[in-house]
Design a protein around this ligand. Structure first.
Ligand SMILES: NC(=O)c1ccc[n+]([C@@H]2O[C@H](COP(=O)([O-])OP(=O)(O)OC[C@H]3O[C@@H](n4cnc5c(N)ncnc54)[C@H](O)[C@@H]3O)[C@@H](O)[C@H]2O)c1
Length: 429
């Protein structure tokens, strides 16, 4: 099959490389000339495990090419997958500008019986709008579909090659059959459903996971008040098979490129259909406020952050990615600086470009944990990168009073306290 992927961002590049590895001819299309130039040279503009190798391999096999030309890509494609960004608009609804723009650009070159599938996360009603837009410029018969994406950054290539399920939202048997052909090689369950159900499934999955995180954070707040330890509570509840041990992450709140945006967008969508005060709206508000409530609390534990030297460990929103979209560090570092602290930060991959020492002399990014914590009054462990959590903090305890804010509950509190640090975890005393 010949497939065009529109938008060679995170999802687009991963999908393009994986679809090519299945033997398809894939064209990655983007309006960003710099990105396309890099990709043509086999360079991935962000870090994702195993991706660059796969990309180069598929380019060498001549199954994968990149272009900025809609005409070149669309005029030879049977399947067109839209994977452009859908950031939140100022009113927190999904900003569909890029999706609609791509519809406009592809329409003149569409081939008969082509399938135009939206992989970007979009609310119900979007595919219908997209089809209408294309029909204004194209007279050929084509089909629409929804193909929501469930991959996780940090294990995106693996997830795409080993999906838990494929969800196809469509109206026509032709679309189901053709997309089944593309995906049957994965041997994963393929869910056929309506377009609206597919779009809701994507928002529901992310909002459910965000809800779990918010829920356990609220329980952690209660543990903090009564001496219970959230990790012991998780262990106890997790043995209940209805609940499970997995996916409990007490911390500063969920971040990343998807959860905050998707919950916000589902909350905003809820408001447009008359469901103003629903759970999604509450979760969004609780999560937005949480990090600042905790920072105020932490501030009291060290008698203010003014003139304090602080190490921030972990800048990305989670390990194994350099993605900093809605990462805790992007809130913690500006907050600490606004309170008069000076910061040395370390991350194995991510660069906090907007907040480096060139632009903010109070923030210096350093090369390792040791350099970051040298002379620190307080240490913020924000991300559970192995290089951070496996660091022998007790061996580096200095004579001065030092506090470790273990924002991911990764360290052994007894060991840390024994070494002489003040230990502050989440929902544990
Ligand atoms: N990142 C994830 O982990 C993830 C997971 C599942 C779903 N999603 C969803 O997938 C979509 C894409 O996310 P992403 O993280 O890959 O976004 P991204 O911002 O990394 O990439 C979007 C790309 O689209 C390109 N683009 C914008 N307008 C274009 C146009 N008119 N024509 C061609 N290219 C255009 C941009 O230049 C950019 O390269 C979003 O809807 C997101 O919610 C993301």
């Amino acid at each position: 099959m010949t497939i065009t992927i529109i938008g060679t961002g995170f999802v687009g590049v991963v999908s393009a490389a994986v679809y090519a590895s299945l033997g398809n001819r894939v064209i990655g299309l983007d309006i960003d000339q710099n990105k396309i130039n890099k990709l043509k040279k086999g360079q991935v503009p962000f870090f994702e495990a195993d991706l660059e190798e796969l990309l180069i391999e598929q380019q060498k096999a001549k199954r994968l090419t990149f272009t900025t030309s809609y005409q070149e890509a669309i005029s030879q494609s049977e399947i067109i997958v839209i994977a452009v960004g859908t950031p939140s608009a100022p009113d927190e609804t999904a900003d569909l500008r890029y999706v609609m723009k791509s519809a406009e650009s592809l329409a003149p070159y569409l081939q008969k019986d082509a399938i135009v599938a939206i992989k970007s996360t979009v609310p119900p009603g979007t595919l219908e709008k997209l089809i209408k837009k294309i029909k204004k410029q194209s007279k050929v018969k084509f089909y629409g579909a929804s193909l929501p994406e469930f991959l996780r950054e940090g294990s995106a290539v693996y997830d795409t090659l080993h999906p838990d399920r494929i969800v196809i939202g469509a109206q026509d048997d032709f679309v189901f059959k053709k997309l089944d052909q593309l995906y049957e090689v994965f041997k994963a369950p393929i869910v056929h459903c309506s377009v609206a159900s597919a779009q809701m499934a994507k928002y529901t999955a992310n909002t459910y996971l965000a809800t779990r995180i918010t829920f356990i954070n609220e329980i952690a707040n209660l543990c903090q008040k009564n001496g219970a330890d959230i990790e012991e509570v998780i262990n106890a509840i997790g043995l209940d098979q209805r609940i499970g041990q997995h996916y409990w992450y007490p911390g500063l709140g969920y971040g990343g490129s998807c959860f905050p945006k998707d919950v916000k967008e589902l909350a905003a969508y809820s408001r447009t259909v008359g469901e103003e005060g629903n759970l999604m709206n509450k979760i969004n508000e609780i999560n937005k406020q949480r990090i600042f409530d905790l920072l105020i609390d932490f501030e009291k534990k060290v008698n203010g952050f003014a003139d304090k030297k602080i190490a921030v460990l972990g800048l990305s929103f989670k390990p194994n990615t350099d993605d900093m979209r809605e990462a805790p560090s992007t809130k913690v570092i500006p907050y600490l600086i606004s309170k008069g602290a000076s910061i040395k930060s370390y991350d194995p991959m991510a660069n906090y470009e907007e907040f480096t020492n060139e632009k903010h002399k109070e923030h210096q990014q350093v090369a390792n944990v040791k350099q970051a914590i040298k002379g620190a009054d307080a240490i913020f462990l924000l991300v559970e990168w192995p290089k951070i959590v496996n660091f022998p903090f007790p061996e580096f305890k200095e004579k001065r009073p030092q506090t470790i804010f273990d924002c991911r509950n990764q360290l052994d509190p007894d060991e840390i306290k024994k070494a002489g640090y003040q230990y502050v975890g989440i929902g544990r005393s």
